[in-house]
Ligand binder design. Structure first.
Ligand SMILES: [Zn+2]
Length: 142
């Protein structure tokens, strides 16, 4: 790898989301059941609603609403997160609930029903100098 080569952005877990590039917006990767229409995240090979194996891989909406949240006062071991931080169930228009970190808001300002948008942030670098990216949601900037 040459020094002029741009660092790659790699997801913290393969298959969970697609990191944005200069040309394309990033998104969470989900599944849609072709039989009953239910959406899931993370993606699944079998529908948890009707057990069909006829699943499509889809790009999920990048905006949603906080369904419920909790404030963590202790960091998880081995993560780059510094407590306190907010974790929420974000409901997307597809009626799929995504567990996510909520950032860019004061702890006492977060509210159920708040509109939030997806973004990606660099959690760390791997041994090859790639940027390991994680996802989070933050209040929609109007
Ligand atoms: Zn189904």
């Amino acid at each position: 790898m040459g020094a002029s080569e741009a660092k790659k952005k790699v997801p913290i877990k393969e298959g969970l989301f697609k990191v944005h590039t200069d040309e394309e917006e990033g998104y969470l990767i989900g599944s849609r059941c072709k039989k009953c229409g239910e959406y899931f995240h993370p993606k699944r090979v079998v529908c948890a609603n009707c057990y069909s194996e006829d699943m499509d891989e889809v790009a999920l909406s990048t905006r949603g609403k906080i369904f419920t949240y909790t404030i963590a006062r202790t960091s998880y071991p081995g993560t780059p997160l510094t407590a306190p931080f907010i974790t929420a169930h974000v409901e997307l228009p597809e009626k799929v609930s995504v567990i996510s970190l909520i950032t860019d808001i004061d702890l006492d300002k977060v509210k159920v029903g708040m509109e939030v948008e997806l973004y990606f942030w660099k959690a760390r670098e791997d041994g090859e100098g790639n940027e390991v990216m994680a996802y989070a949601f933050r209040p929609v900037s109007n």
